[in-house]
Write a protein that binds this ligand. Structure first.
Ligand code: NAD
Ligand code: WQD
Length: 340
């Protein structure tokens, strides 16, 4: 199949690009490079031995998107492009409504006019908000607690309406839990611009010596060891869920939402310990106050992913830490040294 991947120069998009090509599909990437890297796409080309076209442009630019659709005629879209920093979404919510919601609206309009009927969307466990029970299943009420989460929910709702308007259309929103890790080759991985917001890239930077210590946000939660607990999953497992979703869209009508997680929580301290084993040295940590807006603990019920997609996480916490370390130690400054 011909697949258009928005945000394919980013972290999850580049890993998915590998699996999409390995599955025998053809892919074109659309990315504005606001947080993505040309080098990531070039390295995927090298990894897969295929020449991948990266069209640099913004998903809000309708005529740009139309020209890509006209030239490539994709049969499906995997839609990663968007902004994802929770704190930034509180400070500058309009940027999030513009890129995430308006950008998705423009994309769906172009898909509609070009008769492209299938889409997989990057949603997030953040749409659930305060847990009323755990693990979260897909029927858990949705009540996101920040603008970023609300934009994800709005796009899910838009996909519901878009797909209901024509029986040929189908959409899957994958609600990712906490993706971490890197391709085992060490060629591609997560390369956040500036100070990382998320735990794993921060641990990796401390391990490689770019940051001096990890601040543990809160040591007094009601969890096994007092630190926050999350459902971390390997990005390669997540990438494969997208390929399976492309297959599932073929015999689906309307919109479906599917959790993508392992079903198991890991605390911050447990993650640090696992990473210390992977990098074979200790990681400096200091416990500080809780981060505003953090939930103590959440993890997925992933039975629906198994039933609908035949997907289950296969890679372990050891794999996640080993592959992150391979990437970070081989690329201490991320893609920067190679970018032009
Ligand atoms: P990322 O920032 O690495 O990738 C997003 C890509 O989209 C980047 O390459 C960026 O340049 C591109 N982009 C942003 N705005 C664009 C625009 N207007 N037009 C074209 N391209 C644009 O992030 P990621 O971690 O790979 O996340 C991918 C998707 O998954 C995002 O939608 C994110 O919200 C979602 N998600 C991520 C996580 C996570 O923990 N990483 C969890 C749940 C959901
Ligand atoms: C994990 C745990 C922190 C950094 C966020 C978004 C969510 C989703 C994934 C996109 C928490 C602790 C972290 C640090 C720490 N993204 N921590 N020190 O908060 O689950 O989710 O990213 O959809 O929407 O909210 O992930 O990696 O930031 O934090 O102690 O320097 O690590 O308090 O317990 P989170 P995270």
């Amino acid at each position: 199949m011909k697949i258009l991947i928005t945000g394919g120069a980013g972290y999850i998009g580049s890993h998915t690009l590998v699996e999409v090509i390995k599955a025998g599909h053809q892919a074109v990437v659309v990315d504005s490079l606001v947080n993505g890297h040309t080098e990531a796409v070039e390295r995927v080309s090298k990894l897969t031995g295929s020449d991948i076209h990266l069209a640099v442009g913004d998903i809000r630019d309708k005529s740009f998107l139309e020209s890509i659709f006209t030239e490539f005629a994709p049969e499906a879209v995997i839609h990663f492009a968007g902004l994802k920093a929770v704190g930034e979404s509180v400070e500058n919510p309009m940027a999030y409504y513009d890129v995430n919601v308006n950008g998705s609206r423009v994309l769906l309009e172009v898909m509609q006019s070009q008769n492209c009927h299938r889409i997989v969307f990057s949603s997030s466990a953040t749409v659930y908000g305060e847990p009323q029970y755990l693990p979260y299943d897909e029927n858990h009420p949705v009540a996101p607690i920040n603008p970023y989460g609300r934009t994800k929910l709005m796009v899910e709702q838009m996909l519901g309406d878009w797909s209901a308007a024509d029986p040929e259309r189908s959409a899957i929103s994958l609600r990712y839990f906490n993706p971490v890790g890197a391709h085992p080759s060490g060629l591609i991985g997560e390369d956040p611009r500036g100070r990382p917001n998320n735990l794993m890239p921060f641990i990796a930077q401390v391990a490689v010596g770019t940051s001096s210590e990890l601040q543990i946000f809160g040591g007094d939660y009601d969890t096994r060891d007092g630190t926050g607990e999350r459902d971390y999953l390997h990005v390669v497992d997540l990438a494969k869920a997208h390929v399976l979703s492309l297959n599932a869209l073929a015999d689906q009508e309307g919109h479906d939402v599917i959790n993508i997680g392992t079903g198991h929580g890991v605390t911050v301290k447990e993650m640090v310990k696992a990473f210390e084993i992977a990098c074979a040295h200790s990681i400096n940590t200091r416990t500080v106050a809780r981060r505003a807006g953090d939930l103590p603990c959440f993890f997925a019920n992933s039975e629906r992913a198994q039933a609908r997609l035949g997907w289950a996480a296969k890679l372990s916490l050891t794999d996640m830490c080993r592959d992150t370390w391979t990437w970070q130690s081989q690329n201490p400054s991320g893609y920067k040294a190679r970018e032009y």
